[in-house]
Design a protein around this ligand. Sequence first.
Ligand SMILES: NC(=O)c1ccc[n+]([C@@H]2O[C@H](COP(=O)([O-])OP(=O)(O)OC[C@H]3O[C@@H](n4cnc5c(N)ncnc54)[C@H](OP(=O)(O)O)[C@@H]3O)[C@@H](O)[C@H]2O)c1
Length: 245
Amino acid sequence: MGNLKDQVVLITGASSGIGAATARALAAQGARVVLSARREGRLQELAQQLGERAAYLPSDVASLEDMQALVQLAKARFGRVDALFANAGIMPGSQMSQIRVEDWMDMVEVNIKGVLNAMAAVLPDMIAQQRGHILVTSSAAGLRSVPGNAVYCGTKHFVRAMLDSFRMEAVAEGSGIRTTTLYPGAVKTELLHSIAPSPEKDAVEQFYEQAGLDPEGIANAVVYALSQPPEVDVSDLVIRSIREG
Ligand SMILES: NC(=O)c1ccc[n+]([C@@H]2O[C@H](COP(=O)([O-])OP(=O)(O)OC[C@H]3O[C@@H](n4cnc5c(N)ncnc54)[C@H](OP(=O)(O)O)[C@@H]3O)[C@@H](O)[C@H]2O)c1
């Protein structure tokens, strides 16, 4: 296995759920983590718990400038960027017939453009150093169609197709950049908070409560992918609880 000690990993969506659990898991393995999200108080609290291995920047993935500032912070504090975990995402799910255009566009902004902004920010350094690892959180909804969550499902399919195409380009170009797409099933986080109240939301909440994984299950998968030897590319990982069919 490769060594995570002192690897510098940028994490978007680090203020809660999967991102926060991953920051803890990576720091426990000796990595240095640079935390991004909008809620400053949450980031500050987490960074304090992790100590000198962590830096944080209140930032919005919808802003390329914010993502570039994150890279600058990583380089100023830790000297370089080894990996990006592009994980920030939102899921204000609804039926298409409800025409919640603002929610649709918000998902495009965060789940699609946010990933692209973060990649655009790290790629110049990764290309120059001929080494890097980009991990993105898609979803089990990135592997099949999901009624009641069509736009979210589309954003997660985008991530899958884009990152796998990029992986092939990276191989052809010999850039030395690895990719990992994560496809979590239901995970107990704050993700459902942005769904408008409805009987369907109540049912989804109940399902997540009964069948959902703790976010540490996904964090461990990130640790696994990142700790492989340089020639091993763990391209795709599906992680579900044993209670989810
Ligand atoms: N939970 C699940 O069942 C599940 C399953 C499959 C995939 N996923 C994916 O896992 C990822 C993490 O979600 P989670 O489940 O851990 O939910 P979560 O607890 O709600 O975390 C979402 C994170 O994204 C951040 N975020 C949202 N909008 C942002 C923006 N504009 N700029 C920067 N950060 C933003 C949030 O921070 P701030 O609000 O502080 O900005 C938060 O840290 C998402 O991509 C989600 O789609 C989750």
